[in-house]
Design a protein around this ligand. Structure first.
Ligand code: ATP
Ligand code: MG
Length: 404
């Protein structure tokens, strides 16, 4: 039986659905014990526009997850839209002052704290820090510097900040229904941690999560986070285009996208005619699959072109050996990989979360990547705190000597 303090609860505030997950670490995997989901209300393009409605969705999703898990918890890890967040690479520097120049956990803590302080701002709060790599004297690319010998320790960390007011509003939504927020992460990073493997992160890749209201993008290279961005265009725009082109209500277009989920003309071949039912005894509208795919393809190309601009803004795609990794609810459209390949001229793969056990069949659908990712980060942060509390050998020795 799992102790309550071992449980991690994650909540992804998407614009299509709010997902609640209860999980626990099992070896190097995540075991999902409970899962709940509610229609996203009061959240538009990842931004809360109605506190009362948003808290209802949050409560519904979390209660469902707790019921399934047979356990509950007050503290929740939350993944929010990247819209109001800002990520930047910051540096930290400390001189090692132990007599034998051995780097202790305290030094690592101090150097990360320094990188964090660099990015101080009045209206923004640091919500997450990820040390991309450490530099000991002049040796770069170190992931675990504790125990190494050197005179100076530097860090290059990805520091993520979000607007305090936005966080306060989100906090309010959770408080209303009796929850507290344990930590925040943005959706592009949450999805990254769920989906990407170590090789992709080190070779260089771009994670693209296409949801209903937003497209999230994260660039990884050399095992570190290089850049993240959230575009306010998502799969919703495909439905909008279908509605306009076919002169049907948007809600009908959304249904069509679920039923006819292909996006590339190549995949239209041999597909059945797209039928749009009408009321009042009118005959259904018939659209050829080719025509249908042309509409969806055009919009996806546009979304990918915007993503490409972000990649160029960061520094170009030459060094992104592992290419593009697609996830999110709309990554499931048939032919989307081919469209992405044509735009980016890079290798493209579509994926859901990895290393999940428990409800893995349901929950590794690409639309749950951010939700699984926020659980994973909850677990990671816990491990970090545990490690920090563990004293280094050197520290223990000093304490021992001081006592006698
Ligand atoms: N479990 C599922 N199985 C099949 N399709 C799904 C599932 N969940 C979502 N979808 C599809 O994915 C689309 C929404 O994508 P997603 O769930 O990634 O959005 P979101 O994360 O809530 O939104 P955003 O990230 O933009 O805030 C929906 O239109 C739906 O058709
Ligand atoms: Mg999402």
């Amino acid at each position: 039986d799992v102790a309550n303090q071992e449980l991690v609860v994650g909540c992804d505030l998407g614009s299509y659905k709010v997902v609640g997950l209860v999980g626990v670490k099992e070896e190097d995997k995540i075991k999902v014990l409970g899962w709940g989901e509610a229609e996203s209300k009061g959240i538009e393009k990842g931004v809360i526009i109605n506190i009362e409605k948003a808290s209802e969705s949050i409560e519904e999703a979390l209660k469902m997850a707790f019921r399934m898990a047979g356990k509950d918890k007050k503290e929740i890890m939350v993944s929010i839209s990247g819209e109001h967040a800002e990520g930047k690479i910051e540096k930290g520097f400390v001189v090692i002052q132990t007599p034998d120049n051995e780097i202790r956990r305290e030094d690592v803590k101090k150097v990360i704290e320094q990188a964090k302080t660099r990015s101080y701002s009045e209206e923004k709060e640091v919500i997450f820090v990820y040390p991309n790599h450490f530099i000991v004297d002049d040796q770069k690319g170190i992931k675990e510097p504790v125990g190494m010998i050197g005179v100076k320790l530097e860090v290059e960390a990805f520091v993520l900040k979000a607007k305090k007011n936005v966080l306060k509003t989100i906090e309010k939504c959770f408080k209303r229904v009796g929850f507290e927020i344990e930590g925040y992460i943005t959706q592009p990073l949450a999805s990254s941690f769920a989906v990407l493997d170590e090789e992709e992160k080190s070779q260089g890749c771009v994670l693209i999560d296409i949801g209903k209201g937003t497209t999230d993008l994260a660039i990884w290279k050399d095992g570190g986070i290089q850049y993240t961005s959230t575009l306010k265009i998502g799969g919703d725009f495909l439905a909008g285009d279908l509605a306009t082109c076919l002169k049907i209500p948007k809600i009908k277009a959304e249904e069509l996208l679920k039923k006819y989920s292909f996006a590339h003309p190549k995949f239209a071949e041999g597909k059945e005619t797209v039928l749009i039912e009408r009321t009042g005894g009118r005959p259904p509208i018939k659209v050829t699959p080719e025509e249908y795919a042309q509409i969806t393809e055009a919009r996806l190309i546009e979304i990918f072109r915007f993503c490409e601009l972000e990649i160029l803004k960061w520094g170009g795609k030459e060094n992104l050996i592992a290419g593009i990794v697609l996830t999110g609810g709309y990554a499931n459209l048939e032919g989307i990989e081919e469209i992405a390949e044509e735009v980016f001229k890079l290798s493209v793969i579509k994926k859901g979360a990895k290393d999940v056990i428990g409800l893995s069949n349901e929950i590794t659908h690409p639309s749950y990547s951010a939700a699984i990712g926020v659980l994973k980060i909850g677990i990671m942060e816990r491990e970090k705190i545990k490690k920090m509390k563990k004293k280094s050998f050197f520290r223990k020795l000093i304490d021992f000597l001081e006592k006698i």
